[in-house]
Design a binder for this molecule. Structure first.
Ligand SMILES: Nc1ncnc2c1ncn2[C@@H]1O[C@H](COP(=O)(O)OP(=O)(O)OC[C@H]2O[C@@H]([n+]3cccc(C(=O)O)c3)[C@H](O)[C@@H]2O)[C@@H](O)[C@H]1O
Ligand SMILES: Nc1ncnc2c1ncn2[C@@H]1O[C@H](COP(=O)(O)OP(=O)(O)OP(=O)(O)O)[C@@H](O)[C@H]1O
Ligand SMILES: NC(=O)CC[C@H](N)C(=O)O
Length: 552
């Protein structure tokens, strides 16, 4: 006896319930034609993850209900196909002002909603805020498909022992977990290890059905998988792409064995690249931009963002502008042009010298007798930001900002200057990793847009903001290896200042970096949203007060 299970590893759009429903219906038809009798959709597939405060709107919940009914109706003819569909469900005693709901999943079969399960563990840490919207369920859910008793769990449920245990006690022979589990570096291995623990505790095989796609700051990587009862990987779907992932469940006698294709694992750099590419593609695509543009300086940050953007959108959708100032070195110009040629993107040059002189002339009276300082540096960055935003306004393309995590931490960026733009592609990528990733991309061509896109000198020359003569980043900041290590410990891991010093960092460096992190909260609040790739990014999971006296 064999049951074929299909995971609809698909990319849904938050708030597009009719579109998501049609996608699920098409997947159901295809899966059925290929012999599947159980279709698993990801967590909250009908509305996309995460819909945030949309869950507080009764009209939103009603639109989700309608879409669930549409899926049931349109798949009624697929006789015997069980569809697990993730959706919000309003509580029966719901007060009209606040829509309290369950994070639910319903079993649809032959046009009927047979039963509905409510997620029991609601995550409320990192980027998750589920207790703001949902009420936890209390009961396990087990249903039968072609002789196999399937126990249903929703994402966080499976990160705890109890829900799986009570589902097994309720008679499940196989665990089906539907998920929306945001990417960070190394998460894939954590996920498989956690699910393996559930398998070991219950003795049951497990199918992990996952979402793919970018949603504002988070990226879901897909890579749905299946584990046998002995914990071995029975199947794994590809990462970062849509796919109907099939698993054949053989259930002769008591033993259940799963069989499926196994996509190879990839390096951390390859995963990181894919996450950034998908994050850009979905932000730009789902928000309807015709393309993207960025200031190309001949430095490494804008070079990396350009390479990501071209892999995400294609060279014809990306435009670059070099805006030299009196401090721009010739090699910046040469390297920027070289890179644009290598990737085949549009490249324009607009000198900012006249505007810079005009601003200084306008302020000459006020500034008389005062030395030039960051004020004049920031003027240049702001002129560039103004020009890029003007091009965006006129032609519709979104401005990609190029600040990295080291700069976001220390405020080494100009408000309304290089921070002006719509999407901050590498805001969670530390500068040391920017270099690693640039080298990795030069050696690999995952999207077929050309190997070696970044001129070598862009990677090897010392980073400089080029806002005053002979300026180098390292004149103002500790070496990036030191800076990034302190940021990771203090910001990503909440390590106390004294413990960072005790582990061997100079007190002066730690004091300086942590002071800068605290001082620059106001800047980060005004920064564009960007892709989360670490355990903690400067986004939803970093909520520090701006007005604050505490630092330790
Ligand atoms: N707590 C607070 N709440 C709200 N606003 C606050 C504030 N504290 C300062 N401010 C405002 O912010 C202003 C200071 O911020 P801002 O104008 O951005 O300027 P600021 O941070 O003083 O200077 C920018 C720094 O970034 C460096 N930079 C700039 C551009 C590119 C790069 C690069 O290599 O990528 C580096 C540049 O060399 C300089 O060191 C203050 O004048 C004040 O108006
Ligand atoms: N001459 C320039 N022409 C076009 N854009 C520029 C120029 N200088 C700076 N920019 C824009 O401002 C951003 C901040 O750049 P800056 O040179 O100040 O430091 P950076 O963070 O080291 O970036 P990069 O490594 O890209 O130079 C750049 O990434 C780029 O988008
Ligand atoms: N949506 C969820 O419940 C996700 C929570 C889970 N711990 C994860 O990140 O995988």
């Amino acid at each position: 006896m064999t049951l074929s299970i299909c995971t609809a590893q698909l990319n849904f759009v938050v708030g597009d319930m009719p579109g998501n429903a049609q996608k699920i219906i098409a997947a159901a038809r295809e899966a059925y034609a290929q012999g599947a009798r159980l279709l698993l959709t990801p967590e909250l597939a009908i509305c996309g993850y995460a819909a945030e405060d949309l869950f507080l709107r009764p009209a939103f919940i009603a639109a989700c209900d309608d879409a669930v009914k549409t899926v049931a109706r349109e798949t009624a003819g697929l006789k015997g196909l069980a569809i697990v569909l993730g959706h919000p469900q309003a509580l029966a005693h719901d007060a009209p002002a606040f829509s309290a709901c369950h994070n639910a999943a319903s079993l649809l079969r032959d046009g009927h909603i047979e039963q509905t399960y409510a997620k029991r563990e609601l995550p409320n840490y990192q980027v998750f805020d589920e207790r703001r919207y949902f009420v936890a369920g209390t009961e396990p859910c087990v249903f039968e498909v072609e002789g196999v008793r399937v126990g249903l769990l929703v994402c966080e449920d499976a990160w705890f022992a109890e829900p799986a245990r009570s589902t097994a006690a309720a008679g499940a022979q196989l665990l089906a977990v539907i998920n929306a589990s945001p990417f960070h570096l190394g998460k894939s291995a954590e996920r498989e290890a956690t699910m393996r623990a559930r398998v070991a505790e219950t003795g049951l095989p497990l199918v992990y059905a996952h979402l793919v796609g970018g949603q504002d700051e988070v990226v879901f990587e897909g890579r749905s998988f299946a584990l046998n009862a002995d914990g071995s990987v029975a199947g794994r779907g590809p990462g970062f792409e849509e796919k109907l992932v099939f698993a054949r469940v053989h259930h002769a006698q008591a033993a259940i064995k799963i069989e499926a294709d196994i996509a190879p694992e990839k390096s951390l750099e390859a995963d990181l690249w894919d996450a950034l590419v998908l994050g850009v593609r979905d932000y730009v695509g789902k928000n309807g931009f015709p393309g993207a543009l960025l200031g190309l300086s001949g430095g490494i940050d804008s070079a990396l963002v350009l390479a990501i953007a071209v892999d995400a959108l294609g060279a014809d959708k990306v435009r670059t502008v070099m805006m030299p100032s009196p401090y721009t070195a010739d090699i910046s110009w040469i390297d920027a042009r070289d890179m644009a040629e290598r990737l085949g993107v549009r490249y324009d040059e607009i000198s900012i010298k006249p505007q810079f002189e005009a601003f200084k002339a306008a302020l000459a009276g006020d500034f008389a007798g005062l030395p030039e300082d960051t004020t004049e540096e920031n003027l240049q960055a702001r002129i560039r930001g103004t020009l890029l935003m003007a091009l965006s306004n006129k032609f519709g393309a979104i401005v990609l900002t190029t600040g990295n995590k080291s700069e976001m931490s220390t405020g080494y960026c100009t408000l309304y200057g290089d921070m002006a733009g719509g999407f901050a592609v590498i805001k969670d990528v530390a500068k040391t990793r920017v270099f690693d990733l640039a080298r990795w991309r030069n050696a690999n061509d995952p999207y077929g847009t050309g190997a070696n896109p970044i001129p070598e000198r862009i990677i090897t020359r010392p980073p400089s903001a080029e806002l005053r003569p002979d300026q180098k980043d390292q004149d103002s900041l500790p070496p990036y290896e030191v800076l990034d290590a302190i940021v990771a410990r203090y910001m990503e891991n909440d390590e106390p200042i004294e413990s960072i010093i005790a582990s061997g960092f100079a007190r002066a460096d730690v004091e300086r970096v942590t002071r800068l992190i605290k001082l620059n909260e106001y800047k980060r609040r005004q920064a564009p949203v960007g892709i989360r790739v670490t355990r903690r990014s400067f986004g939803k999971d970093w909520r520090y007060p701006i007005t604050n006296k505490f630092r330790a």
